[in-house]
Ligand binder design. Structure first.
Ligand code: MN
Ligand code: MN
Length: 262
């Protein structure tokens, strides 16, 4: 993260579609790239398998998951973050063959949010004392620890074979994969600016806007909206895969020793 540019609040922050119109004329908007999941996996690249917005559906009717090294789940793995849902999701993760599974929370995964008030939880039918009782019975201290098969990121990062992955539950880009309700962008202009002007990642994997499923690029960053569920919460979209070259000095064997560190 060199040259930290300060991202100001955009004057059209309340109107992301209008903001995107202004941004779009100054940059490329490319569909793809798409990697065919049947492409052979090689030793010099990590095959990432991206999913999000599974909302408890893949556990019940497992999707055909493509082969890969690392799974990235970009949030919304439950409907309401109930203990049962998280347990099911974690055991599904345990059953998947990927060597490392990286997970972030989404706005649906309510109980992962430490700041959510009692009142908000109760409006979703979740009681904090039930959570406490549940955690106590499992001998663990936090809901995050229920994700025993995952590397859970929350405004934090992990290095996998020298590849840095940063995970944050804050969401919704403006302009890439955020068209909902017809033609309207529903993303956040400042997040797009942060990604394009400050962080400049090679890949940005996210979800939330189910209708925005797919891959686009601005010529530098590849934007992957990996929503498995469609607008009706049916798991219809296949996972999206991409390969990332392993940096010099690292190799795939490191994947086998990752679990011990978390
Ligand atoms: Mn969702
Ligand atoms: Mn969401």
């Amino acid at each position: 993260m060199s040259g930290k540019e300060k991202i100001e609040i955009d004057e059209d922050t309340e109107m992301p579609s209008r903001a995107w119109e202004g941004i779009r004329v100054h940059q490329q908007y490319i569909k793809g790239p798409h990697l065919d999941p049947s492409t052979p996996i090689t030793e010099d690249k990590i095959r990432f398998v991206c999913i999000s917005d599974t909302h408890g559906k893949i556990e019940r009717s497992p999707l055909c998951m493509p082969p890969g090294d690392v799974l990235l789940h970009a949030g919304d793995f439950t409907m309401r973050g109930q203990m049962k849902e998280i347990e099911k999701f974690d055991s599904y993760l345990g059953y998947l063959p990927y060597k490392v599974k990286v997970v972030i929370a989404g706005n649906h995964d309510l109980t992962l949010d430490d700041d959510l008030s009692q009142l908000n939880m109760e409006s979703f039918g979740i009681s904090k004392s039930d959570i406490k009782t549940h955690l106590k019975s499992k001998g663990i201290k936090s809901v995050k620890q229920m994700l025993s098969h995952a590397v859970y990121l929350q405004d934090s990062s992990v290095s996998i074979c020298g590849i840095k992955i940063y995970g944050s539950p804050w969401f919704c880009l403006s302009g890439h994969g955020d068209i909902s309700g017809g033609d309207n962008n529903s993303g956040c202009v400042e997040l797009l600016n942060t990604v394009q002007k400050r962080v400049k990642p090679k890949y940005h994997v996210f979800g939330h806007i189910h209708e925005g499923y797919g891959v686009t690029s601005d010529g530098y960053t590849v934007f992957i909206n990996a929503s498995i569920c469609n607008k009706k919460y049916q798991a219809t979209n296949p996972p999206i895969v991409f390969d990332y070259a392993i940096p010099e000095g690292h190799n795939k064997e490191e994947l086998l020793y990752m679990d011990k560190d978390f």
